[in-house]
Write a protein that binds this ligand. Structure first.
Ligand code: NAD
Length: 283
């Protein structure tokens, strides 16, 4: 399907690579001949992705690490440099929402002020630590790996960074204030870095996935019995193509952004891959 000769032999670092979307990104880059480092807090998940790549004739290593800890990322960088070489492509994918940063209802109602229902978490009940957890994972969790890996790119005078934002980067979604704010911040940060690194030969762009059914959004999309939540109905009604995306549908955009033969003059963009969600006003 793809043939990106330019990417052959490049070292690609994929954070969150043990997860659904970024595991797909890791496999896509490996299929083009990249040497892939699959980074994840969940080392076993990262190893499973690396094993699959190696079994299919690609080259990958798994590295257990935490994108929020600079020392952990420095250790990962050293392992990667020794086993594969220094980073050419950084995909900042680790992230996601968490129930700790989620309100129960979309909008506040008068009854919520009086009612002490422990099942209902209002905006006023949100724990700042839960908000920090989600915000930091998505924002600092992209800034810290970039500090570690972009230095090698700057020294080489060449590199490509791909961020993963969300529909929240354009307009906030209900219930998830920390995730919404963080992804808007990641879009802004993408633009900031594109400017900051422009003279260093490093391009920085983002992919904004629409709705894909994965682990990190499972509780918002599916009831415990496996039936779709009301939110799933609203998402599909607001997606003109009337379905969730499939992870492999992000692959073409990733390769386009990584291969300078296709996107060498593109930096600072945030591309929606969303079945039309972002374009649809609802009418
Ligand atoms: P996922 O939960 O399958 O993958 C996320 C991975 O990140 C997991 O493997 C997890 O272990 C890892 N991770 C979490 N915290 C980490 C840490 N501190 N250090 C290192 N690794 C850590 O989720 P996904 O849906 O594949 O999400 C991948 C990216 O895509 C995220 O940035 C997410 O916000 C974004 N995204 C997803 C959707 C969607 O619909 N699924 C939509 C828009 C954006």
């Amino acid at each position: 399907m793809f043939n990106h000769e330019n990417l052959k032999g490049r070292v690609a670092v994929v954070t969150g690579g043990g997860g659904v979307l970024c595991g797909g990104f890791a496999k896509t880059l490996a299929a083009q001949g990249c040497k892939v480092a699959v980074l994840d807090l969940n080392e076993a998940a990262a190893q499973a992705v690396a094993d699959e790549i190696n079994a299919n004739g690609g080259q990958a290593i798994a590295v257990g690490c935490n994108v929020l800890e600079p020392a952990s990322m420095r250790a990962a960088r050293d392992v990667i440099a020794e086993k594969l070489g220094t980073c050419d492509i950084l995909l900042n994918g680790a992230g996601g929402n968490n129930p700790k940063g989620t309100t129960t209802k979309e909008t506040l109602e008068k009854i919520d002020l009086a009612q002490q229902d422990p099942e209902v978490k209002t905006f006023f009940d949100l724990d700042p630590q839960g908000i920090s957890f989600v915000f930091n994972l998505n924002f600092l969790g992209t800034l810290i790996p970039t500090q570690i890996f972009a230095k090698d790119m700057a020294e080489k005078g060449k590199g490509c960074i791909v961020m993963v934002t969300s529909m929240n980067a354009f307009r906030p979604l209900t219930k998830i204030p920390a995730y919404s704010a963080a992804k808007a911040a990641v879009k802004n940060f993408t633009e900031w870095m594109a400017v900051h690194f422009a003279d260093m030969g490093i391009r920085v762009n983002a992919i904004a996935p629409g709705f894909f059914s994965t682990k990190q959004n499972a509780t918002l999309l599916w009831n415990p019995d496996g039936t779709p939540t009301a939110r799933t109905g609203k998402i599909l009604a607001a997606t003109p193509m009337d379905r969730f995306g499939e992870p492999e549908e992000l692959a073409g955009t990733l390769l386009f952004l990584c291969d300078e033969a296709y996107s060498g003059f593109i930096t600072g963009v945030n591309i929606p891959v969303d079945g039309g969600f972002n374009a649809y006003s609802g009418v």
